[in-house]
Design a protein around this ligand. Structure first.
Ligand code: FUC
Length: 849
């Protein structure tokens, strides 16, 4: 069925009263269709596997909707449901091993240093758990016609529609943030034809019962779950007095009958039904025992269901749509497809498979999907999005579905500020403050250091020590004490985009303490430079002359870039807040003494503290380019020689990669101002992957539901590509707002509305034939906006004069001098124009003829 026949069918069906909600949906599809870019994923069949199901979320509660005709399944999550509880992870043995590790590094005995570094490890993190499944068995069986399953990103509704004979059935699902329930509306066009049974089950320990008219599943999480890569007997362990409690509660409101049985609710003779699903856990903060000192999960689900039950479906639905749209609609992106291609008439997976990168409107859909997923998995007061956002169906999910700090968690939040979802950044920012509490202890116990640190992984309990089960793990991933340093960048960026000084004041101590730990990690090398020791480059090793691989050295390029970044941000923050001048001066001195970048024989940046061949020249991590992205140390005009070296390094890493690696490369190539290369990598991501047996080396691609393939699924690639495309359209990390810095030839015409830039600015851009035509600039704070663009601009009919001289303010510091200290030719950049803005005002600029 193409879109037109679908719309006709839906319009006819909508004439019947019970299908009023379907009419609204039809209207929204038709409305979006007029723009030529409906933000709808759709499929002509039910999901056969998880990677085809459609994700809904309210930040905390998640549901994967399968849409089976006879047997519907909603796989349910609550973002606070994890194994384990508060526990100790710091290791005093680490501090004892530290001098020996540093001595071995200084002596060049890196493989020996690796071996001793195992003594610094603590336990693995705990795992994110699936809550359960809601199964709905329809008495009408599985045979249907006219089937359509959708996810509308503008309304955050998932729908399922089909026909049996002349009777149309429609289901609408929402995960409501205002009402804290997952709600469903079932209707059928013939009176009293809805008959179904609702059941709950879980992979964890639990049992179902009936509470009044509600079906309830009471469960408990394991006291401990080992990571899926740790082959041990008894990896999932329960204990009577440990392990979080949780409850799932379902209530059905209907014009038919409801009979509650021990393990099911049976609904009969209904024309409409509303299902309300609440989930809650006993999680009561990261430092409280969820059993002895836990929240009452049963009370929480009861309160949520009771409150929602007092509302009509229309009210729940309207409140949900308004809440979602308030965030979703702030940004739009339209990039036109070739005229002969009505791409959105194709089912989404077919469109991905047949058109992929050749369909710029599919790129726009993917960008918006990343924003949708962030809204769905990260709302104020919830947990930060983990490796799978909030959507996980496994008791031993890949990498524990934890928070992996050496790329994945930061990447999850890259789109938050530029793609106009700053509020969705807050769960991470709050978690960082909590990590600083654990991390101060880890810094003291493991390193004898001030400040705070976090390592490779963390979890709901804010674990900050190196993982690895006291020696099982490998230092090349476990021994990375820079997690806190990287996260501290997010605190600065939240300020840099929004300009909220009061907020910066609250975040400052956490930023400053992240920098304080870095100072303690620095030692003097033989040349008198400061380097971090011990130091790794995440997940990647170098080859020793004797053929052995080693990970630990002093002063990896990434570490020094991170130290530069946190020092620079703290110095700027201290200046903005007019505080802490002595500490800022100390950071300034240390920053000036950091060992400069070094180049290898190929002209790329040396990754480790020693210039040795890489274990894998195409390794998915390219941490040594942190200063290019997401850092701002390496820029085209500020550090041209390093800029060229970063390009060389990225070229030699190649264009393959798993989801997040490709997404990072998109961002990095955008920063290198190479739109064609960035777009080619977007194209690599836009490949349909139909099985979950993907390999790490070449897993780049998307599943039918557009989630990012990474053995098997990881959400970072979705967020990373959204940020990457934003970075191709606007950059603001290097002293100005750079318009269309990496626009590829393949996206000739487009319009972006609501992109944010550092300094409190919001922009709308229109381009035709690859040339910018119009810019609308909105300012939150006032002040001068310096725009860089290849076309001359005019305002109010007058051509703008090109800017001269440096512009520095709270958001754009003077660029660092090129640490390579060698002559180099900066790339020719477009001129800049200074625009004086007024807070709360909008300025429209056009291309001058
Ligand atoms: C790091 C990455 C892997 C994966 C894991 C969660 O270990 O190298 O690719 O993303 O985190």
């Amino acid at each position: 069925m193409n879109r037109r026949t679908f719309l006709e069918a839906m319009t006819a069906a909508a004439a019947m009263a019970p299908l009023a909600h379907a009419a609204r949906q039809t209207a929204s599809v038709a409305q979006a269709g007029r723009d030529g870019d409906p933000l709808v994923l759709w499929y002509p069949r039910a999901a056969r596997q998880w990677i085809e199901a459609l994700p809904l979320g309210n930040g905390r509660l998640g549901a994967m909707v399968f849409g089976g005709v006879g047997l519907e399944r909603l796989q349910l999550n609550d973002d606070t449901l994890w194994s384990g509880g508060p526990s100790a992870w710091d290791n005093p043995g680490a501090r004892e091993a530290l001098p020996e590790i540093r001595r071995l590094i200084a002596a060049g005995q890196f493989a020996d240093a690796d071996a001793v570094a195992k003594r610094m490890m603590g336990p693995y993190t705990q795992s994110y758990m699936p809550a359960g499944d809601l199964h709905v068995t329809f008495e009408h069986g599985d045979v249907s016609a006219g089937y359509r399953r959708t996810l509308d990103l503008t309304t955050a509704r998932a729908t399922v529609d089909y026909r049996l004979g002349d009777t149309r059935y429609a289901r609408t699902y929402v995960a409501s943030h205002p009402d804290q329930v997952i709600a469903a509306r079932y209707t059928c066009s013939a009176a009293r034809q809805l008959r179904f049974a609702v059941r709950l089950d879980t992979l964890l320990r639990g049992h179902t019962s009936v509470d009044g008219t509600d079906l309830v599943l009471d469960g408990r999480a394991p006291a401990h779950v080992d990571p899926n890569y740790y082959d041990r007997a008894d990896p999932v362990r329960y204990a009577d007095d440990r392990g979080m409690r949780f409850q799932i509660r379902v209530r059905v409101l209907t014009d038919g009958t409801v009979v509650a049985e021990q393990d099911a609710l049976r609904i009969a003779d209904a024309t409409t039904a509303t299902l309300l699903v609440a989930v809650a856990t006993s999680f009561n903060g990261p430092w409280r025992d969820p059993v002895r000192d836990g929240r009452d999960a049963a009370q929480a689900t009861r309160v949520a269901v009771e409150a929602a039950a007092r509302r009509t479906w229309d009210d729940i639905d309207a409140r949900h749509v308004a809440d979602h749209a308030a965030l979703m609609s702030r940004f739009s992106l339209h990039m036109s497809a070739p005229a002969d291609a009505p791409a959105e008439d194709q089912p989404t997976d077919v469109r991905l498979h047949t058109r992929g990168a050749a369909d710029p409107s599919l790129v726009a859909l993917l960008v918006q999907y990343g924003r949708y997923l962030l809204i769905a998995s990260s709302r104020e007061g919830t947990e930060p999005a983990n490796l799978q956002g909030i959507w996980n169906d496994l008791v031993r999910p890949p990498w524990s579905s934890n928070h992996t700090l050496n790329i994945n968690t930061p990447m999850n939040y890259w789109p938050a500020e530029p793609a106009n979802l700053a509020e969705c950044h807050r769960p991470l920012l709050s978690a960082i403050a909590e990590l600083a509490v654990s991390g101060r202890k880890t810094a003291r116990v493991n390193y004898g250091a001030d400040g705070w640190t976090a390592h490779h992984n963390t979890d709901l309990w804010r674990q900050t020590a190196p993982v690895g089960d006291f020696g099982h793990g490998d230092p090349h991933w476990a021994l990375w004490p820079m997690g806190g340093t990287w996260l501290a960048q997010h605190l600065w960026e939240h300020y840099a985009f929004g300009g909220d000084e009061a907020w910066l004041r609250t975040a400052y101590p956490v930023m400053a303490d992240a920098a304080r730990f870095c100072l303690a990690l620095l030692v003097e090398d033989a040349d008198g430079y400061l380097v971090t020791s011990p130091s790794t480059s995440p997940e990647h090793r170098f080859r020793q002359p004797d053929g052995r691989l080693a990970a630990v050295s002093a002063g990896s390029a990434m570490d020094l870039a991170l130290v530069w970044d946190v020092a620079t941000n703290v110095m700027q923050a201290a200046a903005v807040l007019d505080i802490d001048a002595t500490f800022a001066a100390q950071l300034d001195t240390a920053r000036a003494r950091l060992r400069p970048y070094r180049l290898d024989a190929q002209g790329g940046i040396v990754e480790w503290g020693v210039d040795r061949p890489p274990q894998d020249p195409h390794h998915r991590h390219f941490s040594h380019l942190f200063g290019l992205h997401p850092g701002r140390q390496i820029t085209a005009d500020g550090t041209p020689a390093l800029f060229a070296a970063a390009r060389r390094s990225l070229e030699s890493r190649g264009d393959d990669g798993t989801g997040w690696s490709l997404a990072w490369k998109i961002n990095a190539w955008a920063r290198l101002r190479d739109g064609a290369h960035a777009q080619a990598l977007v194209g690599r991501l836009l490949r349909l992957v139909e099985t979950t047996t993907v390999q790490m080396s070449n897993a780049g691609g998307l599943y039918a539901n557009l989630l990012d393939a990474h053995p098997p699924f990881q959400i970072d690639g979705n967020f990373g590509v959204t940020a990457g495309v934003a970075e191709m359209l606007v950059q603001s990390h290097a002293g100005c707002i750079d318009l269309l810095p990496a626009l590829p030839p393949a996206w000739p015409h487009g319009e972006a509305r609501g992109l944010r830039a550092r300094g409190g600015f919001e922009l709308d851009l229109t381009w035709r034939d690859n040339v910018m035509q119009k810019v609308v600039l909105r300012s939150r704070l006032g002040g001068t906006a310096r725009l860089r663009t290849t076309v001359p601009l005019r305002h109010d009919g007058r051509a703008l004069a090109q800017a001269t001289g440096p512009l520095t303010n709270a958001f754009y510091p003077p660029p660092p001098r090129d640490a390579l200290q060698r002559p180099s030719q900066p790339p020719t950049l477009a001129p800049t124009y200074d625009i004086d803005t007024t807070a709360g005002r909008e300025i429209a600029l056009e291309r001058a003829p």
